[in-house]
Design a protein around this ligand. Structure first.
Ligand code: Q46
Ligand code: ZN
Length: 311
């Protein structure tokens, strides 16, 4: 198997593109796909300050690496969830990457430690508020990423969601006809109101397998294990189902997700139209000032419940 571009020995084949690449051409392919995504979905420009949400996994570290190599001003935020046997390891991967790759390029790593800031690790917190761990985690991460982006004047917040993540999420949203989520499932979500950062997913054109290969070939040391709380999640089930379809018919995931984006770009449910709906129903949280539809935001409500349960 030879590289489609330069004809030397290939190290990876990409059946959905009917192509194979050697290491340097594959790295160029990944950078080009990301650069195209950034431009096509109007994510950010060369002068914008970007805050990357990093977890220590392959996707988010690859994203930070790619953005820095493409010359963008990209800092990162890591949220330490305090999950025994997992968080310390993932934090170490992030800190090592920051030290070796990001800092020499002038980039900064911010960290938020849930145990210190919210007063308990994520599992204890979810027990206190009687909510599933992942729902508690989602509320805290969304809140803290947005807060850091807004407080520190970042122009945009970037996450490492890849094609597999987005296709699985789309399948879930379609299976349950969650139209509100479908409207918001876009690689670029504009900053709908003052106090909400713009959110982008520059890796939506690249598959999980391609990002794992990119990380390995570019010697990015990442945490291979998934978060232990993800076990049994619906997202993993949807990914498995799509992988089975993909094996039988390469390109299925790509056609499914890109077909949706195509319709969205042409249709009435463009994410921009959501911005107006959001703007109409949002106002500052009475406790913290972040935009919310209720009197207090879901983070402040949750933290109030946690401290009431403690006392
Ligand atoms: S990190 Fe958090 Fe995920 Fe772990 S606790 Fe659940 S939501 S599975 S993306
Ligand atoms: Zn609040």
């Amino acid at each position: 198997m030879n590289c489609t571009k330069c004809k030397t020995k290939a190290v990876i084949d990409l059946p959905r593109h009917n192509a194979a690449f050697c290491q340097p051409c594959f790295t160029t392919y990944v950078h080009d796909q990301t650069a195209y995504a950034i431009k096509h979905a109007r994510m950010f420009g060369p002068d914008d300050r970007i805050l990357v949400a990093v977890s220590g996994g392959k996707d988010s570290l690859a994203l930070w690496d790619i953005l820095l190599k493409l010359g963008y001003k990209a800092d990162a935020l890591y949220v330490d969830l305090g999950i025994p046997g997992y968080s310390a390891k993932s934090r170490e991967k992030v800190e090592r990457f920051a030290e070796a790759i990001a800092r020499p390029k002038g980039a900064t790593l911010h960290t938020h430690t849930v145990q210190e800031e919210e007063g308990a690790g994520i599992k204890e917190l979810s027990n206190l508020v009687h909510r599933p761990t992942c729902a508690t985690c989602g509320t805290i991460k969304r809140y803290q990423f947005n807060k850091t982006a807004v407080d520190q004047d970042y122009d945009v917040m970037a996450t490492g969601h890849n094609l597999d993540d987005e296709a699985a999420r789309l399948l879930g949203n379609v299976l349950h006809w969650q139209e509100e989520y479908l409207d918001k499932q876009s690689p670029t979500l504009p900053a709908s109101v003052e106090g909400f950062a713009k959110k982008v997913k520059p890796l939506y054109r690249l598959s999980e397998r391609e990002l794992a290969a990119y990380a390995v070939l570019n010697k990015i040391d990442y945490i291979v294990e998934e978060c232990p709380m993800a076990k049994g999640s619906k997202m993993l089930l949807y990914k498995e189902a799509l992988n089975r379809l993909e094996t039988d018919s390469p390109g299925t995931k790509h056609r499914f997700y890109f077909g949706f984006l195509d319709k969205q770009e042409r249709g009435a449910t463009a994410p921009q139209s959501m911005a107006d709906k959001d703007r109409a129903s949002l106002h500052p949280c009475a406790a913290c000032g972040q935009p919310t539809t209720g009197e207090t935001c879901s983070y402040c409500k949750m933290m109030a419940r946690a401290s009431a349960a403690k006392s």
